[in-house]
Ligand binder design. Structure first.
Ligand SMILES: N[C@@H](CCC(=O)N[C@@H](CSCO)C(=O)NCC(=O)O)C(=O)O
Ligand SMILES: [Zn+2]
Ligand SMILES: [Zn+2]
Length: 192
């Protein structure tokens, strides 16, 4: 089977006191660098077609930080938004294609959070950053050509790595999304 992701199944555990650090794109010359002044939360494997994945991996690993905790600290001129129509505006390096951060500018439950990939750190994501907590959008890998017949194998490997599989986001995140939607609709806690 293709690799799930280098950060999945390695047994790595993050440092709960991790204070952040730098993430850099893959350019040998003038890499784009972002500096995070906090650890990520909700770090997760994502099988969706939009999140950046390292070569050969079936999943991305992506977490969030408050946007005010992220600063572009080198070569910002190389950044381009991948898809302006998407809720998450993924800022990628125009030379190597790596996504440095995804920002939400529209009204959205996760507005104010930036999506980042800790494996872009000097220690490839194993230098204190929160380890992946769950696997999201697992069935989405089928949309990218993976055989549906082999999904048992993938979900089994995720389970062996300690990750629960979901075909959307985790229950906690889905509850946050539904709470946001109910508040907008005026139905929040209407029937306790
Ligand atoms: N089957 C689709 C799913 C794409 C999708 O909805 N992705 C989620 C999760 S990304 C990180 O967890 C999402 O919120 N996307 C919003 C966006 O990308 O703007 C597919 O695979 O493409
Ligand atoms: Zn680059
Ligand atoms: Zn995704």
């Amino acid at each position: 089977m293709a690799s799930l992701h280098p950060l999945i199944g390695s047994g790595y555990k993050g440092d709960p006191d991790h204070a952040g650090g730098t993430l850099s794109c893959h350019c040998a010359d003038a890499p784009v660098e972002v500096t995070l002044s906090s650890d990520v939360v909700f770090n997760h494997a994502c099988g969706c077609s939009k999140c950046w994945k390292p070569a050969g991996a079936l999943f991305s690993v992506v977490g969030v930080v408050p946007r005010e905790k992220l600063a572009v600290t080198a070569n910002a001129a190389k950044l381009r938004v991948v898809d302006r129509a998407a809720a998450i505006q993924r800022n990628a390096c125009s030379e190597c294609g790596v996504h440095l951060f995804g920002r939400i500018e529209v009204d959205h439950p996760f507005k104010g959070l930036d999506f980042v990939h800790t494996e872009l750190s000097p220690g490839a994501g194993q230098d204190g950053w929160q380890e992946p907590q769950f696997a999201a959008f697992v069935s989405s890998i089928i949309e990218q050509g993976f055989s549906p017949d082999r999904m048992g194998e993938v979900r089994g490997a995720l389970k062996d790595a300690g990750l629960e599989s979901y075909d959307c986001l985790s229950p906690t995140l889905m509850d946050l999304i539904a709470t946001f939607t109910a508040k907008k609709a005026g139905t929040f806690n209407a029937k306790v």
